[in-house]
Design a protein. Sequence first.
Length: 619
Amino acid sequence: MALVSSLPSFFLLLPLLLILHQPLLSSANLYETKALFRSVDFSSKEDASNANEFISTSSNATLPPTRFFEVTKPIELPKTRPFTYLILQHDFGSTYGKPPVFANYTPPTNFQSQRFEKIVLEWTATCKGRQFDRIFGVWLSGVEILRSCTAEPRPNGIVWTVQKDITRYYSLLMSNQTMAVYLQNIIDSTYTGVYHVNVSIHFYPAEEKHDLGGGLNVDDSVIEFSSEAADLILPISRDLPLNDGLWFEIQNSTDVQTKQFKIPQNVYRAVLEVYVSYHENDEFWYTNLYNDYIALNKLSGVPGNGPFREVVVSLDGVVAGSVWPFPVVYTGGINPLLWRPISGIGSFDLPSFNIEITPYLGNLLDAKTHAFVFSVTNALNVWYIDANLHLWIDKKSAKTEGKLKEHETPPLTISTLSNIKGTDASFSSHISRIITSSGWVKSSYGTVTTKSIQVLNYTNFMVVGNEGNMQIVNQTIDYNDKVTVKMPSSSQMSFASLKNFPLYLYTDSVDQKNGTYNSVSNISRAFNEKKKLITDHGVAASSLRNLQQGESTMLVKGNLVLSGLGSTRQVYKYDDNKFCYLRNISSSNYTILHDKVRDSCSRKVQKLHLTNGLGHHLI
């Protein structure tokens, strides 16, 4: 909760201001509202005219396209000139129920002696007409490198670009692969938007070699052991051919999906990178009503199972880790006008989550087949989940060995209180979990002991009122990971990631008579993360505070959205030992009202370049 206290004043005051001044939409209505956007027939002149204010500030299709974007820090690039390759160019029209689109990927051939310091994936797409948010994925030979959501077009067209640092997939990118892109889209008389897509990769050669240890004077063996990019990446995804994405689909709370795999016998480190997205009846899982409330009020067609979800990852029948996902809102979620042109946090580049597998290597180095199993606690349809297994290979040894020393996975600790009075109700849930594992691996580095601990805490306060039309959700997820590595030289290093995901959502439908109602939606949320590297020689740290707040209204009559208004404000602040970035931006109905960027630090920074061995720069 300490991170919440640091929010700007408008975030702290928002709940009170909303309660005092704003009416509010229930969990069921969030899904119904999205269905409403899909059902309105904008192909008719009457509907298009009535909905014009909602869809666009102007119906003039001759205006230049609007650029949509997600606020994030720029990728830190070397000063070298990149080599750029267009990998795929395709128009995604009627792709529903069809296989992914494929392209041959070949690494740079004229620069085999060249070491690349940074590799960046770039997705650029345009669309014009009418279409809705579509989830899509990009894979290289089954390894997912991007999970994203399309922007929703307007009559004059839109364009958006996603740039992602994919340097952690270095070993994969240095050999021939098959790229697969799955974007399920529909084209008919109502849905007219075709997505015109270019996928490119930029290779930035390394600058002159610099001291990776910086001011910490870290042992060379530690730096080599914790190198950023894995030597081998195995896809933990579905096998082709498919008329679908390569992700597994979890349909309900009892559904499990399994992937068998086998690793080389000289691995000394392993990390599982998990991609997660949620759709249909669980798109707004954090607002889903409790089953007792649904039963007492005899409701039907309302998403239930409560507002808690956990992605459980098991290895050979043992829980190896857990993902408590950040609540990404897609570009058509809650009220689409909230995300035009500023997209929701994580919507263009959904976050992936790392689970340390190194303690379990003693059970996996037997040249036999093993299995990862995915499930989702309380799930409704549908969750898309897959993973990448990053492996570090001991090139000086034909075989490593190890042993799992400790593994503790107690069940979830759950406390739920409810007060139901007809359609009015309040709920309070507190859930926590701790997962601990420890093991050693003997390699050419000596015997290295790795301990991993996940500490997860969840709270959700929910209020339902106004005959079930009003809903308040106040939720916080604290997602903390710590990995400690003890080297043979008695050197020790630890990597800690402390994530905090606060969410406040306030919605209502207010009857305006004559068959019309006013829908009000307000959201405040953040993706906060502190990373820390501790060695025997010092400490390095980074901090991210990504705060977003939006307010929206819609006037609806029958199947028509008569008018709408959405405004968004975002404050993105990142700093570490060598780089700082701040952006404060706000918008209203496609128009940027304020945009201030600062990329310099007010304090003297220490040049430092260390990684956490999990594929991410700590500083």
